[in-house]
Design a protein around this ligand. Structure first.
Ligand code: FNR
Length: 190
């Protein structure tokens, strides 16, 4: 059985370390997971004024979330919280009221920072948001990654074996979590 994973990269930076991390996670994931990026760059700022008639970007975002079996967030911490572009995307996905696209989607949160705190504070904010959105979350293991550029090759391959093993273990636990949640929320799927 394979699972469709929609992933968000919470950075718009052309030199994003979290994009490097997303490539590393994909390369280390079990073959049962198939990854599709859900882009956030072209979304307008969300306003309830759009609720009557969502623009194509908002509709495409909701369709991408809804067609995924699981969602993975790979994101920096900005000012101890969720980067605005990513929070904007989450707000789009959660609306119009009564059509929250994240409901019952198994989610994982990982993040990298150059600092030792490794996005821990942002992940804590994100857990509140996802709880409110009724999205089950993988609670453990946690990935608070202090990004060391020397541990990655140009193409995102992880060259440091202990980092690779840590990320491989996370993806294996994430795959098992997605399967576990779907066995309850969509038993016909398994
Ligand atoms: C940061 N950075 C940062 N780092 C951190 O560990 N905690 C924080 O609260 C913040 N806050 C913050 C705010 C803003 C506006 C910026 C631009 C940066 C530093 C951040 O971790 C670093 O720039 C990373 O490289 C961002 O990840 P990407 O964009 O490279 O994936």
């Amino acid at each position: 059985m394979s699972y469709r994973i929609g992933y968000f990269v919470g950075s718009l930076s052309s030199t994003s370390i979290n994009r490097v991390l997303s490539r590393a996670l994909i390369s280390l994931a079990p073959p049962s997971l198939e990854f599709h990026e859900i882009g956030i760059r072209d979304l307008p700022l969300y306003s309830p004024d759009h609720d009557e008639d969502f623009p194509p970007e908002g509709r495409a975002l909701k369709a991408a979330i809804e067609s995924a079996d699981g969602i993975l967030f790979v994101t920096p911490e900005y000012n101890r919280s969720i980067p605005g572009a990513l929070k904007n995307a989450i707000d789009w996905g959660s609306r119009p009221w009564g059509t929250n696209s994240f409901a019952r989607k198994p989610t994982g949160i990982v993040g990298a920072s150059p600092s030792p705190i490794g996005t821990a504070v942002m992940q804590s904010s994100m857990r509140s948001v996802l709880s409110f959105l009724n999205a089950p979350q993988l609670n453990a293991p946690e990935v608070y990654l202090t990004f060391k550029p020397e541990h990655y090759a140009e193409d995102g391959t992880v060259t440091d074996e202990s980092t690779a093993e840590f990320l491989r273990h996370y993806m294996s636990e994430y795959a098992a979590f997605v399967e576990r949640v779907l066995s309850v929320t969509a038993p016909g799927h398994i």
